[in-house]
Write a protein that binds this ligand. Structure first.
Ligand SMILES: *Cc1c(COP(=O)(O)O)cnc(C)c1O
Length: 380
């Protein structure tokens, strides 16, 4: 049973998804309330261990949200004010926000038109003696070119912090065939459990992934007021926790994450087929080295009519989103980090072309056909 019909289409159907796991979720939430173990405890530990197993990573440190995860990760690297961090200019603001917040300098670089992800070919030119880290973002559910990024980082002694808020569950394949989950390849990985993310909580949540035990300890300390043991604070930290109710829900949903990705892929396949012959549209390119978990299904509108398409769909009762309308360097808060005459070609182009259609775990053939038909009709 779902509240989705062609008369009420949503970008994400968290309610329809909930109805399918309602008994388990309701029981788990009540269990936490009855235990009054709201912070930490067995539920958080269980989820942490299950996520470590699922991702094949030594350490998962749950925290308050994805933005906190990025901030704590960067704090753990011991960088100095003014140190430079490379980030894609085409991403959600959180990626650059934490860099600026820590008095580091975000160096925004261009992305690939095809994959929407950071372009390894432009990294060299962005280097300076102050460059200390790189934050690749696995945008829309597909991993950036981590083999190239790790080689570049190793060569120049840079830390790699993966922003995996949109691609949890996605698997990356190295050229030698070795497979690793996105978010576990760099020195640190970060993810978000924001409700609309692929592994979404019923509130805020996030996690930090890391294979190095020393680094993991430092991350744990920072997330908990920099304390080594209770009331002994060795370093300046923050307070960032995943609460037990969220952990209990996430544990149930983690067991379904691969099924959820399959449902999203099914929807993406339907769209791909429906739009294959529309010359004005480019469907999302599937990388050879990463599978796709379709956090977003994002089209490129090649005839300059992206905004018209969005308005037309809205009038037809079909929601759509522009992720993201502006390059990071065009955002007022980040303009000081940028030479205003400088434009990154692919980023600029994508900001004018992209449109994301509804995609989630509860789509059915009727809704997919309805949306596809309306989009197709716009171009006929
Ligand atoms: C959602 C998201 C974040 C931030 O996660 P929150 O949990 O909302 O703080 C960071 N980076 C990217 C790419 C995201 O999509």
């Amino acid at each position: 049973m779902s509240n989705q019909s062609v008369k009420s289409i949503h970008m994400v159907d968290t309610h329809g998804q909930y109805l399918k796991i309602k008994t388990a979720v309701d029981n788990a939430v009540l269990e936490v309330i009855n235990s009054t173990q709201f912070i930490g405890g067995a539920k958080v530990k269980s989820f942490q261990e299950n996520l470590e197993k699922y991702l094949g990573v030594n350490h998962v440190i749950p925290c308050g949200n994805g933005t906190d995860a990025l901030q704590i990760a960067l704090m753990a690297l011991g960088l100095k004010p003014g140190d430079e961090v490379l980030v894609p200019a085409f991403t959600y603001v959180a990626t650059a926000e934490v860099i600026a917040l820590l008095n580091l300098k975000p160096i925004m670089v261009d992305v690939e038109l095809d994959s929407f992800n950071i372009d390894p070919a432009v990294l060299e030119a962005a280097l300076s003696s102050k460059t200390k880290a790189i934050v690749p973002v696995h945008l829309y559910g597909q991993s950036a070119d981590m083999d190239a990024i790790m080689k570049f980082a190793n060569k120049h002694n840079l830390f790699v912090v993966e922003d995996n808020a949109q691609a949890i569950g996605s698997t990356y394949t190295f050229p030698d065939g070795r497979k690793q989950k996105a978010g576990t390849i760099g020195h640190i990985g970060c993810t978000s459990f924001y409700p609309s993310k692929n592994l979404g909580a019923y509130g805020d949540g996030g996690a930090i992934m890391c294979n190095d035990s020393e680094l993991a300890n430092r991350i744990k300390m920072i997330a908990n007021h920099g304390q080594s043991k209770r009331y002994y604070h060795d370093i300046v930290g923050v307070n960032s926790r995943l609460d037990a109710i969220q952990a209990a829900i996430l544990d149930i949903k983690l067991a379904k994450l691969d099924d959820y990705a399959a449902a999203r892929n099914n929807a993406a396949d339907h769209y791909d087929k429906a739009f294959a012959d529309i010359n004005e549209l480019k469907v999302p390119v599937r990388s050879s080295f990463s599978d796709h978990v379709f956090h977003q299904y994002t089209l490129r509108v090649m005839n300059g009519k992206r905004n018209e398409l969005k308005e037309y769909l809205a009038a037809e009762g079909i929601p759509s989103m522009i992720y993201y309308p502006l390059p990071l360097y065009e955002q007022k808060a980040y303009a000081e980090h940028w030479e205003s005459s400088n434009k990154l070609a692919a980023t600029e182009e994508l900001c004018n072309q992209v449109i994301s259609l509804p995609i989630h775990t509860e789509m059915n053939e009727e809704i997919l056909a309805h949306i596809s038909n309306k989009v197709s009709a716009f171009f006929n």
